[in-house]
Design a protein around this ligand. Structure first.
Ligand code: MN
Length: 206
């Protein structure tokens, strides 16, 4: 590879990292600056995903993908679906810190996102197209395979055209894990809710 080609790659990585940092919240920012600089030197490896059920003023499901040391996050009013016929609106929200993986509890009244948060599903994910999740995100299309308890198989996250920067769709790909007519079962039972403690999240909770 020529010298000019190498510097072109370096520039592109710097600009994608700048975009990641711009979306960061709270005290995580400085820490992630160090982490993403390190990550940029090696291949950015996709790992975990998380879906939280969030009983805020409007019940929704937060779909989060670990990318370059943060959780890229989308709020889904209807949650994800295993039915390939469902196109679920996924509104991109601020990046969240990785500490959200451990977060379950009731966000106190008066705080942003007040209400119960429980893990609905989690596991590992792989990219099915391309090898850089940041590049895929910037291109408006992320094709992934989820290895969760409930969400399994291929999914596409695709940015809606002409609907601004925030509106994406999450769609199940047609494969052996698709389930026609599938309906979502909420994770928060009465028993579960009774056991939850009031807790302030590690960052403003979208
Ligand atoms: Mn939320």
């Amino acid at each position: 590879m020529s010298d000019s080609g190498t510097s072109g790659v370096a520039k592109r990585q710097l600009s994608t990292n700048d975009q990641v940092l711009a979306g960061l919240c709270c005290y995580e920012r400085e820490l992630k600056l160090v982490m993403t600089s390190k990550a940029a030197k090696t291949r950015l490896k996709p790992t975990r995903f998380l879906v939280q059920e969030h009983h805020a003023r409007q019940l929704h499901y937060d779909f989060r993908l670990e990318v370059a040391g943060v959780l890229k996050s989308w709020a889904l009013p209807k949650g994800p679906s295993l039915d390939p016929a469902d196109k679920r609106l996924a509104v991109m929200v601020d990046d969240h810190p990785l500490e959200y993986f451990a977060f379950e509890g009731i966000i106190p009244v008066g705080q942003y996102g007040a209400g119960a948060v429980v893990v609905w599903d989690q596991g590992q994910y792989d990219l099915l197209e391309g090898d850089d999740p940041l590049e895929a995100l910037n291109g408006g299309k992320v094709v992934i395979e989820l290895h969760g308890e409930t969400l399994r198989g291929g999914f596409v996250l695709i940015k809606m055209k002409g609907r601004g920067e925030k509106n994406w769709l999450l769609i199940k790909k047609k494969d052996g894990h698709g389930r026609a007519g599938w309906t979502l079962s909420p994770a928060l039972t009465k028993e579960k809710e009774a056991a939850l403690k009031e807790k302030t999240p590690p960052c403003k909770a979208h």
